[in-house]
Design a protein around this ligand. Structure first.
Ligand code: NAP
Length: 301
């Protein structure tokens, strides 16, 4: 609350630099990977499965592969044609579940329409589910048990905690209720003792609710959806959205120009949740490798 008051007379929000924060996290992960290799001869391995030729997915997969290799991990990329059947994908996931060198499995979404994403996700061994999307890991998050937490929500929580260490009693409003972002973000903030309000497409008086937020997380998928006058002066605003305009430019779900005049801290797009997501994926792969070998999970960050 204090930070909310502090901001009132300032002109521009401070940028939460996800890129720099992600760089720090990746350095820390790379250090722990080198220790794991030197002391235990274990090299964490990340397998990414891409079905089809969606250009955005191709870019994401390439950047995950590069990031894994830069962190000193093994990277296994499986690119399957768009016409691949669900059974073939399930067979590949089963094989990856068995491979000792693979500690983390990520199936890039969306999948072509003949493949049911839930059926595929169900097949991933929860111990290797570095995207945190299996029912087991979602349940663990809900129950407050250790598990693998979805990467984008984890990155959002880390960025918020970079601004404010103690979130107890703050009102967090999360716009969006997907399994991938909105629901796990809400759970993580609840774990930090926030009072959490979840909003979605049927929410009434959304601007009014958003204005009550000390922490506002936007995960809607609509460019510039959250306006500056929806924001409480001094609030922490995390923009998860990635929207590509006709000109190819990326924009977030928050109207940055108006929001940055009111918020206390704000994440940019690009350069906020995106790089943190990749860093958290590496973190999850390292955690998975440690747990699968019954080693202590290092503190990252
Ligand atoms: P999603 O599954 O499409 O969910 C969007 C959510 O927004 C839904 O819960 C929907 O409500 C809600 N919504 C839609 N219109 C609304 C409205 N008018 N008012 C209030 N709520 C509304 O999307 P997602 O997977 O959560 O992703 C959200 C955004 O984050 C996208 O732009 C995506 O590209 C981006 N993203 C970024 C990263 C990253 O690495 N930075 C990772 C994942 C996603 P209903 O449930 O009622 O339909």
């Amino acid at each position: 609350m204090q930070m909310v008051q502090k901001k009132r007379n300032e002109a521009e929000a401070k940028i939460i630099d996800g890129k720099t924060l992600a760089g720090r996290l990746r350095e820390s992960i790379a250090h722990h990977v080198s220790v794991l290799v030197d002391d235990h001869k274990i090299m964490p391995g990340l397998a990414v499965v891409l079905v089809g030729d969606d250009p955005a997915s191709q870019v994401y997969v390439a950047s995950k592969k590069k990031a894994a290799e830069q962190a000193g991990m093994r990277s296994f990329v499986h690119i399957l044609p768009k016409s691949t059947s669900q059974d073939e994908v399930l067979k590949l996931v089963k094989t990856l579940n068995q491979q000792k060198k693979v500690h983390g499995i990520l199936v890039q979404l969306p999948l072509p329409k003949q493949i049911d994403a839930d059926t595929v996700l169900k097949e991933i061994d929860p111990a290797k589910d570095v995207d945190g999307l299996t029912i087991a890991n979602m349940g663990r998050l809900m129950a407050g048990l250790p598990g693998l937490v979805p990467c984008t929500p984890l990155g959002c929580a880390m960025m918020i905690k970079e601004v404010e260490k103690n979130l107890t009693g703050l009102h967090a409003v999360v716009i969006g209720r997907s399994n991938l972002v909105g629901k796990p973000v809400a759970q993580l903030l609840l774990r930090e003792n926030c009072t959490v309000t979840m909003c979605h497409s049927r929410t009434q008086n959304l601007p009014h609710i958003a204005r009550e937020a000390d922490i506002l997380v936007a995960a809607v998928g609509k460019s510039g959806f959250v306006k500056g006058d929806w924001i409480k002066p001094g609030a922490i605003v995390v923009d998860v959205g990635i929207n590509r305009g006709a000109d190819g430019k990326l924009s977030g779900d928050v109207d940055f120009e108006s929001a940055s005049k009111v918020a206390g801290h704000i994440t940019p797009v690009p350069g906020g949740a995106g790089p943190m997501t990749v860093a958290c994926l590496l973190g999850n792969t390292l955690i998975a490798a440690c747990r699968q070998n019954e080693l202590t999970v290092p503190h990252l960050g």
